[in-house]
Structure formats: C-alpha cells, structure tokens
Design a protein. Structure first.
Length: 343
C-alpha cells in the first residue's frame, strides 16, 4: 500500500487502542456515579443555532466554530462546551420539571483555539448541572457536586487529588475590571497589585490568602471584614470540612485569586488537579442559569486518562472459524475475548 496523508489539524488527534476503550469505560463509571446521586443523563446536539446557543452560553462564539446551515437560514455553532446546552434544556424542554433539576452529560466538544495549558481542541467532557438551587442552599449544593465529583474520580481510580477552592466573584469584584489588577491576579503578583491603592491592597490580600484551606482561611478572613468576605469564608469552611470528612485522602487548598476560566461563576467554585499530571482534571462551582441559581462541574476526560495507569489490552483467544458457536457465545458471555480465525 502507498503512503496516505495522515496529518491532522493542530489540537486534534486519533485515540487508539487501548486508550479509546479506557476512556469509554471511565466515562461510563463517572456517569454511573452521577446516576447514583440522582442525576439524569441528557444528550444535546453537536450543532445549535447561533442565536439559541449564545443566549445560554455567551462565550460560545469566542471558543467555537461557526458554519452555515445548508437546510435553513441562519448560522450554526459547533459546541465548545456543554454547560450552556444543558442550561438551555433545563430552561426550555424541562422548564416545568420540579426543581432542583439534576442533569448529567458526557460527549465530545470542539474549540476553535487551544490554550497554553490545554492545547487540545477536541476532547470529551463529562459533568453534571444542579439547576434551581433554593435560596440559602448554595453551600449545600456545592458540597453535593464536589462530593459527587470526588466520588466519581475515586470510582475510576484517580489518586492524589487536589481540590482548589476558589472565589472568582470576590476576585472579579476586587479587580473592578482594571487590567493591571487582573494581570496581578493571573500572575499571583501581590507586588504589582500593591501599586494600585485600596483596590490593589484588596487584590494583594486575596493573592496572599493561598495555601492549605485550614490556614489560608484566616488570611482570607483578614482580607476585609465585609459581610461578603465573612460569608465566603464560612462557605469555604463548610465545603472544606465536608470534603475532608467524606474524602480524607484529597488535599484541599484555597486559592481566592483564581479567575481563569470562571467567567460566568458567581460564587464559591473549585478546580481539580492530580499530582504530577499536566492540566486540570476539571472544574465547577456556583453560577446563574437565567433567573435560577445553579451549581455544576465539568471533567476533562483526556486529562483524567493521564492520571490513570496505562490501560492494558485484553488477552484475545483465537479459535478456528468452524468452532462451536454455542461454546464461543458461552465463553464470551463469561468475559473472554474470542476472535474467530477467518482463514
């Protein structure tokens, strides 16, 4: 056979055996964990009309591809994230369902550009959305989704997990849209923030309140004696203590200066890492879903595979083409991989 073209676009790759099977099995276990917490699975389409998707996911155009619909007028957007799609389903097709609404999903997304930390442009997401959180129950909702997230990762064998609790709403408010302060937060540069007056002092205090949650929370409380800061510290303590109790092997950190990737989050949030693994395992938090409060998380299956032991191909047993069909079926039913020789 002659050489055939095999070059793929940047950020896209073939997933070969046994990795493709390993991802499918891990995804199934994660969604099974979600089901055990009462989350029902939904499956939104790959493409949506521009106006529809951007009404529920404002950054869809910035991250996604646009193309014309050959069967109807209007532009289509290829999904770059599934959260907005699930919110759309909750607020349209399932608007009359009792709240809170618990939905899960898994599937491929495609982004127009990768990032320095995530150069991959096509990957599988798995996640849940808890939509219609009652007023006053936000912390309990975050405990539920963080518990589910760590439970799912434990089910598939991910170890050495770090849960970084973040407060993007406080960091965003402290920066006030000032590009220098946003840069200081991004770089964790307290000295840069300190040159910007009172706002800079607030940002510097948030940058300084980083570390193991049980010690960093004191620095957070000292960052400003406002009701909002007091409530944030209480929320951090409640979530951290619940996760320590339920998942004692997880390391729980506080990073109130984290803003990256939390454009629409409006309260306590989190990022998940595994020691020695490039990239985030996932992220989640509180966010507004139209007029409803919501909480959810997204896991990135490509990063999760890097955090798992290398998969092993199953042993295959070869049999003659004329072997007894009933016996072969019995052995396959018992778990053996039986391959019939075609010669």
């Amino acid at each position: 056979m002659g050489d055939a073209p095999s070059l793929l676009p940047a950020g896209l790759e073939d997933q070969l055996p046994p990795w493709a099977e390993a991802e499918a099995e891990a995804l199934s276990l994660i969604l099974g964990a979600a089901r055990s917490f009462g989350y029902d699975r939904v499956k939104p389409p790959l493409l949506e009309y521009e106006d529809t998707l951007t009404a529920f996911a404002p950054d869809a155009l910035r991250k996604g591809f646009k193309l014309a619909d050959p069967q109807a007028e209007g532009l289509l957007v290829l999904r770059s994230d599934k959260t907005g799609q699930v919110v759309r389903i909750a607020q349209t097709r399932l608007k009359d369902e009792p709240r809170p609404l618990r939905l899960s999903y898994g599937g491929q997304v495609l982004r127009a550009k990768g990032s320095q930390l995530r150069p991959e442009r096509q990957f599988t997401q798995a996640g849940v959305e808890l939509i219609g959180v009652p007023e006053g129950a936000e912390t309990r909702a975050l405990v539920e989704i963080a518990d589910l997230c760590l439970t799912a990762l434990g089910t598939i064998g991910v170890e050495d997990i770090t849960l970084d609790l973040t407060l993007p709403h406080l960091a965003r408010e402290a920066a006030g849209g000032d590009s220098a302060l946003i840069r200081a937060l991004s770089e964790r540069n307290a000295a840069l923030a300190g040159d910007a007056g009172a706002a800079g002092e607030q940002v510097a205090a948030l940058i300084g309140a980083f570390g193991s949650w049980d010690t960093a929370i004191d620095a957070l409380a000292a960052a400003g004696p406002s009701p909002q800061m007091t409530a944030a510290a209480a929320g951090v303590r409640a979530v951290a203590e619940a996760m320590q109790d339920r998942h004692p092997k997880a390391e729980i950190m506080l990073d109130p200066a984290e803003l990256r990737g939390f454009d629409y989050h409006s309260g306590l949030s989190f990022v998940l890492y595994a020691k020695g693994i490039r990239g985030e395992l996932g992220r989640g938090g509180l966010y507004p879903a139209g007029e409803e409060q919501a909480a959810g998380f997204t896991l990135y299956m490509d990063t999760i595979l890097r955090a798992l032991p290398a998969p092993v191909r199953p042993e295959k047993v070869w049999v003659a083409a004329d072997a007894d069909a009933g016996e072969i079926a019995r052995r396959r039913g018992a778990g053996e991989v039986i391959v019939a020789d075609l010669d």
